[in-house]
Write a protein that binds this ligand. Structure first.
Ligand SMILES: [Zn+2]
Length: 79
């Protein structure tokens, strides 16, 4: 599997109809919703890797896996 943020090899932890979960050595452990991926693809958006890594790091300690939904994805793109 590859990381959905940086494209490097990453471990697929879990997935269901609503989200994909990855653990990337560089980006960290996160979830991304299927809706966010569809939105990204529809708009031809790409993540700002540095911005996403910073966001994941900031949300890693809350006890919850950082979850990138479509609202959050729109704020983490490279424009
Ligand atoms: Zn990554």
């Amino acid at each position: 599997m590859t990381c959905l943020i940086c494209g490097e090899p990453a471990v697929a932890i879990d997935a269901d109809d609503d989200y994909l979960e990855r653990s990337c050595p560089k980006c960290g452990h996160y979830r991304i919703t299927g809706a966010a991926l569809v939105l990204m693809k529809a708009h031809g958006w790409h993540f700002d890797v540095a911005l996403v890594r910073k966001w994941i790091e900031e949300h890693q300690d809350s006890g919850m896996i950082p979850n990138i939904d479509s609202h959050q994805a729109a704020r983490l793109i490279n424009v």
